[in-house]
Design a protein around this ligand. Structure first.
Ligand code: ADP
Length: 308
């Protein structure tokens, strides 16, 4: 995919406003974007305000990818929520489009999971509440993210979760010739495919809740993997359709998976019409009677935190 990656010049200036950013270290590479730190300059002097600069080569050979990126910008630019990566501006220079986003200096939840192997129940409660808040906000605006996964959930400097990467997001419209709001086409493959997508019955907002179920489970598995895991795509799909996955054996992973956590996940892996929406999800017993930390432990904690 390197044809899509463009190294940035040392400084970029937006047209026609003339806002200047000095580009900094690489933050990460995705399927079709490269992301660098960038500091806002004023009169060519550093301001200390640091952003994430997502760079995409605009003249992509695949017109479908170009359309996907345009949709991503159209959707992301209209969003403002404490648990969604903030979009500041986008501009084109030479052959690339630059997107200025709030920087998430603590990486993604996938990185966190790699370091820690599994998370504790209080941490999972806090993270799921934050994701559910963002998803409620999106669904209220008829937006489905469609690719919620640990690699698209970032952590800011205060270890708050920010949903990012709207590359597969869709605005659900309600055309008269369709029953309900459904989408049947998608460019790209989301990670946690809900059964209704696999059965080609089209997909609505419930696919994001299925993904939350997968994320919650993967926090406990101590493998960093998704719950429906197998050697081939076909086997993965068969397992997802059959809701077939195994919780880890307690003796092997030292993770105390509570009964209400298991019940919460069971309540999500059901048919889409019965799947809890964000408000119902966060009123589950898992959240109600248990400790929710005010902040996550710092990133460098490799061992599991001890909660009161
Ligand atoms: P793609 O759309 O190509 O998948 P992503 O949006 O996932 O690209 O970005 C690629 C990588 O850049 C991410 O995996 C992450 O490492 C980094 N990144 C993206 N957005 C941010 C951000 N706001 N703050 C910090 N790093 C980010």
């Amino acid at each position: 995919m390197s044809e899509h990656h463009a190294e940035p010049p040392p400084a970029v200036v937006t047209e026609p406003l003339g806002v200047q950013y000095a580009t900094g270290p690489l933050l990460g590479k995705g399927g079709f974007a490269i992301c660098h730190e960038a500091e806002l300059l004023e009169n060519e002097k550093p301001t200390g305000q640091v952003f994430a600069l997502k760079i995409v080569r605009t003249k992509m050979q695949n017109p479908k990818l170009t359309q996907k990126f345009v949709t991503e910008l159209q959707i992301h630019s209209k969003l403002a929520h404490p648990n969604i990566v903030l979009f500041h501006r986008a501009f084109s220079l030479a052959e690339s489009t630059y997107v200025v986003l709030s920087v998430c200096s603590n990486g993604s939840l996938a990185d966190l999971l790699k370091r820690r192997k599994f998370l504790t129940m209080p941490e999972i409660r806090r993270i799921l509440i934050q994701i559910s808040g963002a998803v409620k906000y999106l669904h209220h605006r008829n937006i489905v993210h469609r690719d919620l996964k640990t690699g698209n959930l970032f952590l800011d400097e205060n270890m708050n979760v920010k949903v990012g990467d709207f590359g597969l997001a869709a605005l659900l419209v309600d055309p008269k010739d369709m029953c309900g709001k459904r989408r049947t086409t998608m460019c790209g493959t989301p990670n946690y495919l809900a059964p209704e997508i696999l059965d080609r019955r089209g997909h609505g907002e419930a696919v994001d809740l299925w993904a939350i179920g997968c994320i919650a489970t993967s926090f406990t598995l101590a493998t960093g993997r998704a719950p429906f895991h197998a050697g081939t795509k076909e086997e993965i799909y068969a397992k997802a359709k059959a809701r077939e996955f195994a919780w880890p054996e307690l003796a092997k992973c030292d993770n105390d998976i509570s009964a209400d956590m298991r019940q919460l996940v069971d309540s999500i892996f059901v048919s889409e019409d019965l799947r809890p929406r964000p408000d119902t999800l966060v009123s589950h017993a898992f959240f109600k009677f248990n400790f929710i930390p005010e902040c996550l432990p710092p990133l460098n904690t490799k061992t599991k935190p001890i909660w009161p």
